[in-house]
Design a protein around this ligand. Structure first.
Ligand SMILES: [Zn+2]
Length: 407
């Protein structure tokens, strides 16, 4: 029989309902049996002073394959095409030093254990060829692998799509319920026909589809004029020539809006009318990666415009190739710092309930709800929590974080 345990803390923060001062939680293994009102007998098991209980965080966007990097690639303020050249250089160097599959597997495992250490219970990982899907199975951390494909050359469209379809069949899991999703990489790396085929597959399979979109000014320049640093980058490497078509941002948005659930990753430079369009599709979410955004020195993120339109915006860490670590809470804290006028509850939801909804995991993750196993996390602060636990989560000095539902 599963052991039953109860924990009480200075605050219980369920996310989907108001925080409870002195509240507790009853667990059967990792399952929440009940949220408890404040302790009365004095015999209850209390967490250390200045502690609160909340659900595990949800990371809507990362690339775990770069989790072995000690520091990001490039330098702060680097332009996107130059940074992608660094990524390619890094991959080539890796291929020379050993078996790429073994190195990648090890990096993904490091990323999963780092995420768990930071209190992340679920995440969406962009998975690249050879799509190592089995690695995620049987872990405490819930991973939604998003199978990425790219390719601009018209002659490679059929083959690239076929190999992806085969990987999809293997990744999909038992029955018709997709366990994985798809990721057409970005408009500057995909032939329009390959993008359309991937979106159709996503539609047929009711899969989550994530795409990097409107991330940099160089991307917009390339898509609009077929010139600039991206054009040079692609031509220099014989990845594209100016006779080959690309998809405009508007077209990508239109295609994504047909999917069951879509993630627009970054969207740093979306125009007002494009945000208006996104707002009319509640199954589309924007993924903001605050520290990566900061690393590249982009223009201010249009967070106020996005929230004003009631578009779901959630956070991702992106990878350690552009971010120092995979700490979702650090991303939320940066938002609180950069956008002091945005309500703290709204910010916290971006890395919990909102992110779970964006990934289609809302029935299990992102909130403390009886009957679910969202990962039950405790955070201990150095100073008293006071009357506003959500503010403390986003601004207080943290002493430790620990899981209550696992050893
Ligand atoms: Zn990314």
């Amino acid at each position: 029989m599963t052991e039953r345990r109860e924990f009480f803390a200075e605050w219980l923060v369920p996310i989907n309902s108001p925080p409870i001062r002195g509240g507790g939680i009853r667990l059967g293994g990792s399952r929440i049996l009940e949220l408890l009102p404040p302790a009365v007998t004095g015999a209850e098991k209390f967490l250390p002073p200045n502690s609160l209980i909340l659900p595990g965080f949800v990371n809507a966007h990362t690339h775990l394959e770069f989790s072995d990097l000690k520091v990001p690639l490039g330098f702060p303020g680097i332009k996107m095409p130059a940074w992608i050249a660094e990524v390619l250089r890094y991959r080539q160097a890796q291929a020379k030093t050993g078996d790429l599959e073994i190195l990648r597997e090890s990096a993904i495992r490091q990323g999963m254990s780092e995420s768990t250490k930071f209190g992340v219970a679920a995440l969406a990982d962009i998975s690249t060829k050879p799509w190592l899907i089995d690695i995620y199975k049987g872990m405490k951390l819930h991973v939604v692998p998003l199978l990425e494909q790219l390719g601009l050359a018209p002659q490679s469209v059929v083959d690239r799509f076929r190999e992806l379809e085969t990987a999809w069949e293997n990744a999909r899991g038992p029955g018709r319920q997709p366990q994985a999703g798809l990721s057409p990489h970005a408009p500057y790396s995909l032939h329009p026909e390959l993008l359309k085929s991937m979106i159709s597959l996503g539609e047929q399979e009711d899969a989550l589809v994530a795409m990097h979109l409107a991330e940099s000014r160089e991307e917009l320049q390339f898509l609009e004029t077929h010139s600039g640093a991206f054009a040079k980058f692609l031509i220099d490497r014989s990845l594209w020539d100016p006779t080959q078509p690309t998809c405009a941002i508007d077209q990508c948005l239109e295609l994504l809006s047909g999917t069951t659930r879509g993630l627009i990753v970054h969207g740093n430079y979306l125009q007002t009318r494009q945000l208006d369009w996104i707002a009319s599709f509640p199954e589309l979410s924007l993924v903001y990666c605050p520290r990566t955004h900061d690393y590249f020195g982009h223009s201010r993120y249009p967070l106020e415009e996005i929230l004003l339109r009631e578009i779901r915006v959630v956070v991702g860490t992106d990878s350690r190739a552009s971010n120092p670590d995979l700490d979702v809470l650090a991303e939320l804290r940066m938002i609180a710092e950069k956008f002091p006028e945005v309500c703290h509850k709204t910010i916290l939801r971006m890395g919990t309930e909102g992110a779970a909804k964006a990934l289609g995991l809302e029935s299990q993750f992102g909130a403390l709800r009886a009957g679910t196993s969202p990962g039950v996390l405790a955070i201990e602060f150095i100073e008293p929590i006071g009357d506003d636990p959500v503010k403390t989560i986003l601004t207080g000095k943290i002493k430790s974080r620990f899981w209550l539902d696992r050893d």
